[in-house]
Design a protein. Sequence first.
Length: 236
Amino acid sequence: MNFGLLGFGIEGWGDEMLRGAVMTLLVSMAAYGLGILLGILGTFLKLSRFFICRLLADIYTTIVRGIPELLIIYLVFFGGGIMLARINALVFGGSGFINLPVFVTGMTCIGFSSGAYSAEVIRGAVLAVPKGQIEAAKAIGMTPFTIFKRVLGPQTARLALPGMGNVWQLTLKHTSLISVIGLVEIMRQSAVASGSTREPFTFYAIGGLLYLGITSISNRGFSRAEKWAAKGVRSE
């Protein structure tokens, strides 16, 4: 392993690899946030009393969890570009393929996939809240909003934290797939650096260490969050 290539400045690739790590974090956080929003929406639909809402949510989670994330990226990036090109030709008379913004495309695709897993995690957490607590809250006259604020919401968040930590790790690792559409994150930067220097082992190993460092810090953060959320909860 040639560590001399990892310096900073014109001669080294260290600053480029760090910028790739920052881009990976930005895409991961944006996709994770989108996934949480989609997961909450999916949970409401899955627990709805209306059949059509439950059906739509089941179709979403089944399809997204059943096909590879890379295929979703290809479908959105190339399919979306073709669709926009046709709209441009029909409305404005333009021609040619339209490239979608790679950051937005990557964040949307990974977030769409993350949302399907988040929906199942949050739904399971909601169902794990003891029904007796909800019934007791109703019995003392709490409004639905107050029940959610003081009983259902906090309990769901606490119970969903371990699963959402796993979803974050999946989201983080899935960002490596968006290198295929040109976004310069850890994997893309590792490929560019290894191709330029002909030192693939060095840069892919450093890329792996960067992923490992981010995931290790993330694991510690989620572990602390779980301990904080479990304060005052009696273990059975």
